[in-house]
Design a protein around this ligand. Structure first.
Ligand SMILES: [Cu+2]
Length: 488
């Protein structure tokens, strides 16, 4: 998905045929309607329509998979609008099962957040539902299916139901020459005891939550996949990303995977990271490698200052050779695409923040601290790993409670040997500490808590309504790794 034109907004996108950007239609905004489930009663046309239906994806010549997608595209149509705009989205469900479309990273009420646990009504099978909300905050958001999949690896985030949702700020800083949207994905998920996600854990890492004795139980099944892509194409199968020397390319990276944390590099280049989860960082920094977990977004500018033909791809050879990459081709360069492994580097969110110096505490004192402890139950029914939040699988007898206007400090204790991307709905949090390293100013909605690690985040409870919290790996979420916050 490539959009050209420096910072220009809709509708002037140079996209491949059939890949049309949906822009809001111009019309007078109707007053808010009652919760619409009957489209006949709605007074005006929607700004966007998403149709959920089975589809085929040609990942490469002669490699075609079947999945469920939005508008017969993977990713679905780019939904783009101005911050604060009131948006109406009709969702048509041409499948046999109820669906939920979740607007990830937006401040929207529970009734339209697209989450069953929060009380959003489903889009019924062969029916439709209208979602209406105000688009905010500005930044790289996304939308995706939020149904439970359990043992059905052809539902929820295992499918192609995901897309980019860009909310442009009132003042677009856009100092770039080209903008690209890159969604990382795997396909044809299966269950296996081999954990592909496992990245060599650095034994020197602080592991503040590591128990004294290792768990003797046999590990259970996790989700793996044989095929990888960026957007809908395996490495080499799609059009290259064509660039000119001297260009500044703004890359919107999204990990739309159901299961895997990815690390990517662009041979011969650095990424200047400017935003995490769509939120500008206090200290933009150049990095060789971006690590991005399911649910996360990273916006980075790449200075095209090294003419050639290069591969932007996953660091693990198996993932890149199975498709996770895209060729970056400078004008008038014809050689074979090159992959050169990046210098060894460690992803560290805190380098993009500000550090508290001396006596000035960068974070206001929280009104309350909530400790959340995450543990794995290896194996279990069907050999699947199960997950506990404070000793219990979801649902919990007593939910976690927010009082409106209060400032909360959430401390995530990961007592498992996997890293987990933890996501909270309808709110942003600020990273306070990661494995003992303090930081400030980094606003996110999803954070990787490393294996046996600890992350502390602050959040102001200012979005009344049920609020779901979960690991963004579909299988972990389905098998216990969820909690519900309730406002009192
Ligand atoms: Cu997880």
């Amino acid at each position: 998905m490539i959009a050209t034109g420096a910072g220009k907004l809709r509708p002037a996108f140079g996209m491949s045929p059939g890949q049309q950007v949906q822009g809001p239609t111009q019309h007078a905004m109707a007053p808010m309607e009652p919760k619409a489930s009957e489209p006949k009663t709605t007074g005006h046309a929607a700004d966007f329509t998403l149709q959920i239906a089975p589809m085929m994806v040609e990942l490469a010549p002669q490699v075609v998979i079947s999945t469920i997608g939005y508008n017969n595209k993977v990713p679905g149509p780019l939904l783009r609008m101005r911050e604060g705009q009131r948006v109406t989205i009709d969702v048509v469900n041409d499948t046999d099962v109820p669906e939920y479309v979740h607007w990830h990273g937006l401040f929207v009420p529970s009734e339209v957040d697209g989450v069953e646990e929060e009380g959003t009504p489903p889009v019924p099978p062969h029916g439709r539902r209208r979602y209406q909300f105000e688009a905010r905050p500005a930044g790289s958001r996304w939308y995706h299916s939020h149904t439970m999949a359990m043992l059905d690896l052809h539902r929820g985030s295992y499918t192609g139901q995901f897309g980019f949702f860009m909310i442009d700020p009132a003042n677009d800083p856009g100092h770039y020459d080209q903008e690209v949207f890159l969604a990382l994905r795997e396909w044809q998920y299966f269950l296996s005891a081999m954990d592909q996600d496992e990245m060599a854990v650095d034994r020197n890492d602080p592991m503040p939550e590591k128990p004294a004795k290792p768990d003797p139980r046999q590990n259970g099944l996790e989700v793996s996949a044989p095929l990888y892509s960026i957007n809908d194409k395996m490495l080499g199968a799609g059009d290259p990303l064509r660039v000119q020397p001297g260009q500044r390319v703004l890359m919107h990276l999204l990990n739309a995977s159901a299961a895997q944390i990815h690390r990517v590099a662009l041979s011969g280049h650095k990424f200047q990271v400017i935003a995490l989860d769509g939120n500008p960082v206090p200290t933009p920094q150049p990095v060789d490698v971006i690590e991005i977990a399911p649910g996360e977004r990273v916006d980075a500018i790449v200075e095209m200052n090294n003419p050639g033909v290069w591969i932007l791809g996953e660091l693990r050879n198996v993932a890149r050779q199975s498709g996770m990459g895209i060729v970056v081709e400078y004008a008038n360069q014809q050689q074979r695409a090159q992959w050169t492994p990046p210098p060894k580097s460690r992803w560290d969110y805190t380098i993009f923040g500000t550090t508290g110096s001396g006596t000035t505490a960068p974070h206001p004192t929280p009104d309350e601290t909530i400790d959340m402890v995450f543990e794995k139950v290896p194996g279990g029914p069907n050999g699947i790993n199960h997950w506990l939040v404070n000793g219990k699988e979801y649902p919990h007898d007593r939910e976690f409670v927010f009082r409106q206007g209060r400032r909360y400090r959430l401390v995530f204790h990961n007592r498992s040997d996997d890293s987990h991307p933890l996501h909270i709905h309808r709110h942003l949090f600020e990273l306070v500490e990661l494995n003992g390293k303090p930081t400030a100013g980094i606003k996110k909605d999803t954070v990787i808590v490393p294996a046996f690690g600890r992350a502390t985040v602050d959040l102001v409870a200012d979005q009344p309504g049920l609020t779901l919290f979960h690991c963004h790996m579909q299988q972990h979420m389905d098998f216990g790794f969820m909690a519900l916050f309730r406002y009192v």
